[in-house]
Design a protein around this ligand. Sequence first.
Ligand code: SF4
Length: 261
Amino acid sequence: MPGPSADNDLAQLLEWFSEEGADLPWRRTRNRWRVLISEVMLQATPVERVLPYYTAWIGRWPTPADLADEPLGEVLAAWQGLGYPRRARNLHAAAGAIVAEGWPKAARLTDLPGVGPYTAAALRCFADEEDILPVDTNVARVLARRFPDGWPGAGDDAWAAGQAFMDLGRLWCRARAPRCDEGCPLRDGCPAADAGTVIDLTPARARQGRFEGSLRQRRGHLLRELAGGAEPEISRDPDAAASLLEDGLAQRRGDHLVRAS
Ligand code: SF4
């Protein structure tokens, strides 16, 4: 049962969000499909880069059936520039599954391709308005610093609280440069800021290898060519080509790669 201090924290969070929360297009819908598209795009790409892609995608494929009808190669071409194209392939596969079976029950959302526990929680909170806090890297950091005893829930305000956490982690309670004393809306009563342990309470992130010259970069080169209509020779980069074929992101025609169908 949340106590007075938790009530006060929630009230602070909601008041700040109602006045200063970012106005983002996926916050103007409770449609599961739109929320899924936004969440998958946001998984590894900053908000500013996602915005034009999100608008284009929901305009072009407003329902799962629209996306499922599209050849995968077209979908991957429209994903160009967002990175981690397996996400587009998974969205395409999820659209097909939804068309075939309907949306899974809330507890089975992780049955959809590419939907892990975080994305399932995001669908339940941001589309269905269940009192579930989706915990990504940013939110985990805010919890560790500001709510070390856990988040007590937000009842009917779960949607707004979840969105507020997203903004708080992105804009204020940042990993390396937290803005505790620059106006953080939850500075009052923050145990980490009071104790001077904010940076110590930053969960470690998985280290990423170098991008330059990496397999990921070389796969990206080939995918860009495919999106532009070219059919690159496999012998030019056999490892990257094999990796795309293995992931179902391209097909083979003779000695060449062609778009996935
Ligand atoms: S005061 Fe600092 S540590 Fe606490 S929530 Fe705000 S930014 Fe995060």
